[in-house]
Design a protein around this ligand. Structure first.
Ligand code: ZN
Length: 85
């Protein structure tokens, strides 16, 4: 059998691992005593944060896009004269 801890092949019936020295019976008990890994649940506040993040990102992105758009547009009326050097 393979050691569940380090993967070293241990002779069948061996009480402990030759590789890492764990005692198989103890290791098995420890594994069983551990709580089963619960499935990852989506917490409600995560969704709210993601929504908020999306709104912020969109606002910033649109703001930048709008600024670029405005700066590209030719001024309709002659604006203040460009500063002369
Ligand atoms: Zn081992």
């Amino acid at each position: 059998m393979k050691c569940p801890n380090c993967g070293v092949e241990a002779p069948a019936g061996a009480p402990e691992c030759a590789g890492c020295g764990i005692i198989f019976a103890k290791f098995k008990k420890k594994l069983e005593s551990l709580p089963a890994p619960s499935p990852v649940r989506f917490k409600p506040w995560v969704g709210r944060w993601i929504a908020a993040a999306i709104v912020v990102v969109w606002t910033v992105a649109f703001g930048l896009y709008y600024r670029r758009l405005v700066s590209r547009m030719p001024p309709r009326a002659p604006a203040a004269p460009a500063p002369r050097r």
